[in-house]
Design a binder for this molecule. Structure first.
Ligand code: ATP
Length: 246
């Protein structure tokens, strides 16, 4: 088994994944993510972005391929060890806010910290700090059902950032937000990641979102594809080229 490069916090080789019903998920994806990097995983709907994030974060067992975290193999870990790794080192943001209805907002945001063993008082302070940064601090005592959809997603982002995970997996994290909120939350997320040295793997089909990342890998039909950056051409030349090919 060949070990990954030292400066990659996450490294995957030849990931293949088939869903339980036989649907193809990934067909041989390899990539490395450097410490502190914000990596966008871009591609159209159904291209395998969520599946890739789930494989990289140890949510699903791999049948073929390797995933390494900080030079230690993840693909050979059993379910309990993968769960511990996810709890202690990884954060996750879903496209839809999934909060615990019985807990209030700050308890939801503090939960991952408390599951790691942080005391209630410190966890609450950290949660409230992130809720404030995401402009939902004044809702801290409300139950999720009393919040708007976009507010619940801000709470989910605060919850993911509060424990300062080593790697944050964000699957279309701003999908439920209004367009005007989207860039503010994304900038907040990327700035927080940079200032805390959090590595981010960000699935998106939105080029504006991908533009905030340090690097983008593109998926199509469960495979990595390379996109060509065409050189900028003056508008008139572009139009001429278009009309020539028409
Ligand atoms: N639980 C599942 N069972 C069966 N097939 C699935 C399952 N989840 C995803 N798929 C299929 O796997 C392929 C990749 O899906 P995936 O959700 O990873 O893509 P995606 O790029 O994240 O798409 P989206 O942008 O819509 O979330 C698709 O063909 C999808 O229909």
């Amino acid at each position: 088994m060949e070990a990954p490069p030292d400066n990659d916090v996450l490294w995957a080789r030849s990931l293949h994944f088939t869903h339980p019903d036989g649907s193809p998920g990934l067909a041989g994806v390899s990539l490395g993510v450097r410490q502190g990097e914000i990596l966008a995983v871009a591609g159209p709907r159904g291209s395998g972005k969520t599946t890739l994030l789930r494989c990289l974060s140890g949510q699903v067992p791999l049948r073929e391929g390797e995933v390494w975290f900080n030079s230690a193999p993840v693909h050979t870990l059993g379910p309990m060890a993968r769960e511990r790794l996810r709890r202690d080192r990884f954060g996750w943001i879903d496209p839809e806010p999934v909060l615990i209805p019985e807990l209030n907002v700050w308890e939801n945001a503090a939960l991952p910290l408390m599951l790691r063993g942080t005391g209630r008082r410190r966890a609450k302070a950290a949660a409230r700090e992130w809720l404030d940064r995401l402009d939902v601090g004044d809702l801290a005592r409300r139950r999720p059902r009393a919040l708007r959809h976009a507010e619940r997603q801000r709470v989910a982002v605060a919850r993911a950032l509060a424990p300062a995970p080593t790697v944050l997996f964000a699957d279309e994290p701003t999908a439920p937000l209004h367009r005007s909120d989207r860039s503010q939350v994304l900038r907040m997320l990327t700035a927080a990641a940079r200032s805390h040295g959090i590595t981010v793997v960000l699935a998106t089909h939105d080029p504006d979102t991908a533009a905030l990342a340090d690097r983008t890998v593109h998926l199509l039909d469960g495979r990595r594809v390379h996109t060509l950056q065409l050189p900028e051409v003056p508008d008139t030349e572009g139009r001429a080229a278009c009309s020539l090919s028409a």
